[in-house]
Design a protein around this ligand. Sequence first.
Ligand code: AHR
Length: 694
Amino acid sequence: MKSNLFLLAVVSVLLNQLCLAQTNSTAPSENSSVAVPVLRIDAGKVTGKVSPALYGLMTEEINFSYEGGLYGELIRNRTFKADAVVPRVSPSNYVAGQYVPVTFRAETKPRFWTPVGGASIVLDTNNPLNEFLNVSLKLDASSASATSPAGIANDGYWGIPVKPRTTYQVSFFARAADGFKGPIIVSLESTNGQTVFASAKISGVTGDWKKFEARLTTKSVTSSKDNVFKLTTTTPGTLWLQNVSLFPPTYKNRENGNRPDLMQLLADMKPKFLRFPGGNYLEGNGFNQRFIWKETIGPVEQRPGHPSPWGYWSTDGFGLLEFAEWCEDIGMEPLPGLFAGYVLGGGRVEAGPALEPYIQEALEEIEYLTGDSKTKWGARRAKDGHPKPFKVTYVEIGNEDWSPSYDARYAQFHDAIKKKYPQLQVISAVGYEQRTNIWVTSRTPDLVDEHYYRNMEEMMAQSFKYDTYSRTNPTKIFCGEWATRVGSPTPNMAGALGDGAWMTCMERNSDIVLLSCYAPLLVNVSQISGNGRSMQWASDLIGYDALTSYGSPSYHAQKMFSTMHGDEILATDSQDIPMRTWQRRGRGGASPQTQQLREIFFDATRDARSGVIYLKIVNTAASAKQINVRINGVKSVNSKAEAVVLAGKALDDTNTLEKPENVVPRTEKFEGLSPNFTREFPAFSVTVLKLRAK
Ligand code: AHR
């Protein structure tokens, strides 16, 4: 039965490819170089509904996205576990979900901390705060005196942002050897030591672990990032420290919350969902290095943390609840990726009894997010501070699990999830862009997740792909990772143009493309190369350092698409679209091929209630184009309209920390419209025209 369905779907894909290829192809006319391109909108013909959740976000711990990024914490290596020796485990010696402690080499000096004023520091595993933070920083401050304080300093993630009239929340756990009289002084200072922006004294440190807190408030200072956080004493003694934390004000003042400027950039995109926690970050390099959600909840000082597959330690202060609260804060739905028994560093659990504990883990994760307080894990969420369940519509099984063993593992998850949560839509991590022999065929996934990282021309070349997908296949499309990867650290105008072309394709086909999200989302641009760099993956939507942030041209293109569209897809076609010749690179040993590429891409949607037609036009050409727009099926078009235009002076035009608004959309009001009008569209531009038609 299932395989018949599958055959039907394949035949239907092929048939659709045949017919739609005809309806969408635009033969260049003989004199296409001079003819004015014509875009036709048939407002009387709605081809489908725009998916209300089409535009979302995708995220993971990469490029210092949370630690040193979105997560408010300013101290780097606050738990001193960045030097952990992580045991290697395999499915044969690992009990699913069992906590595997890390160890530390003797005499290790903790990374990202420096001694101050003659102090010495070392990692100490004796008498730790708890079994999860099983190490502490031992501070020998025997040299301390009133004139020469001794202690530790941390310069954060490539700097500590100090802003005027701002209150920072300090907290840490400490204990002391007998005889320590204190107090401890915490301060925010410039790196050169010349300016102390704020400081506070803390007393009462004893031989037992205790939590201490203080507030540091700055005066009317100039914003800066070349600063350090210091914890010192003027009294000789030995101290042990753990979870040393410094938080600035957060978005919506959430405790353990997020950086406001980045949250605002994201909120402005009005995304509908968040795919998390990865990406590779879901899978990790080992069974003990994946995103073990139960180790990411509860008080932060009881979260052990783990190494990210992108090469640095995550404290997991940004855990499962924080992901969900991030969604809540900007009105998105969580779309969790559930660990599917496959890790990147080799090793997987086959379908069958061995996979059951992971199925259970996934069901419990869903319960933690969506269950009410009467359920075991819903009650745990309430205890963690969030009694109200989160709304979840979609869950994904694994990430890029492109192995022949996936089908059987998917089936086991699918059945268990559908049994307990029949309302959930289950997504396969193997999309139709993959070879057919690894597609899920034993079940009918609600959606499949497709990933596309391309250059500009490749994106343009595939921008009619979804027009040819089956309309009868019950399985819909989630384009869960995609980007035009041109420009580093963040994409340039070429990236925005490739993205724009691709988004016209997804939007025009959003009757079947229900969800999409660009990846990666965030990059700390402080050090984009070299050892210990802040960027592991080039071309990311939003860039930032410790102090400021900016959206790339791709960010702006995406925001334009996400915030300006209707709910009905209108039929369109075109003629005399200018073409250019492109030499496609030969993949996998194949020789390069010459191909004709369209230079203009477009789609039209309408808001059923207001009648506003959103016409999106992407002009990838190096010259401005006169384009004739003809709207059929309407009585009249209001002569006044609005255009939002994102245009670059060149393909490599871009935004940076220094020039964050070099390429941003401009809004123009204009007049003289009718159902048949001609308008000039700038070179290298993405335009949204808002047309009022009746
Ligand atoms: O987005 C970066 C990486 O690309 C993701 O972690 C992974 O899923 C994909 O290969």
